[in-house]
Design a protein around this ligand. Structure first.
Ligand code: DLZ
Length: 207
């Protein structure tokens, strides 16, 4: 393998990926926000390109990468617990609406319509996005290790595919290039795109 046709990185999926019925969580850090923000933007754009409705992309921020797994775990668990309640509340609204069919469009009709826009049920996938940049201490090694294991655990323990969107870079330039804002001749490839596509692919995974 090699030469001009060598494709570094992920090849496009062989199946068509329709994300129009998915609800996706993005948790991102506020550390290194100049690099993180373009990554989040690209991940969202890719989700939407695959049909995920903008209102079904829920974005939360946390201070740093160390907080990503805990926050993702908590929000996914909440969505799993609330989904049962949400379904019964929508059913209740629909029953109320049915009872009001004789009148004009009421507040509760509008509420039912609003709720119908956000997909009911738990998240189908999550993406944790952050950027760790090596400094002069051992901090980077400890955080990178904890975060990568933590994110893997979130996915396995909740059953919700959780994408590892954390750049672990030796310097700012490496990180900027991987967010598509490199200072060199080429701006580099924004990895957020791959993470958005991976979330849709993993959410739709089935036999
Ligand atoms: C403290 C710290 C340092 C030094 N570097 C980074 C970094 O490069 N990227 C990042 O996302 N977070 C960093 N943090 C913050 C930690 O992840 C965490 O937020 C704090 O230790 C509080 O738990």
């Amino acid at each position: 393998m090699g030469g001009d046709d060598f494709h570094k990185g992920v090849k496009a999926a062989s199946r068509s990926l329709d994300g129009s019925n998915l609800k996706v969580l993005i948790v991102h850090t506020r550390w290194n926000s100049e690099i993180v923000d373009p990554l989040v933007f690209a991940a969202k754009r890719e989700l939407e390109k695959h049909g995920v409705q903008p209102q079904n992309i829920i974005v939360h921020d946390v201070p740093g990468a160390y907080e990503l797994p805990g926050a993702a775990m908590r929000l996914i668990r909440q969505s799993q617990q609330q989904s049962t309640n949400l379904v019964s509340s929508v059913v209740e609204d629909l029953m109320t609406t049915a009872g009001e069919l004789s009148g004009s469009v009421s507040g509760s009709t509008r509420d039912a319509n609003d709720k119908a826009q956000l997909k009911a049920g738990p998240f189908d996938a999550a993406i944790c996005i952050g950027v760790l940049i090596k400094g002069s201490t051992m901090h980077f090694e400890y955080i990178a290790d904890a975060v990568s294991h933590g994110i893997m655990r979130v996915g396995l323990d909740t059953g919700v595919p959780t994408i590892f969107g954390v750049l672990t870079c030796l310097n700012d330039d490496q990180a900027m290039e991987r967010a598509g804002i490199g200072r060199g001749e080429t701006k580099g490839h924004n990895h957020g795109t791959d993470w958005g596509a991976a979330a849709v692919e993993m959410a739709l995974l089935q036999l």
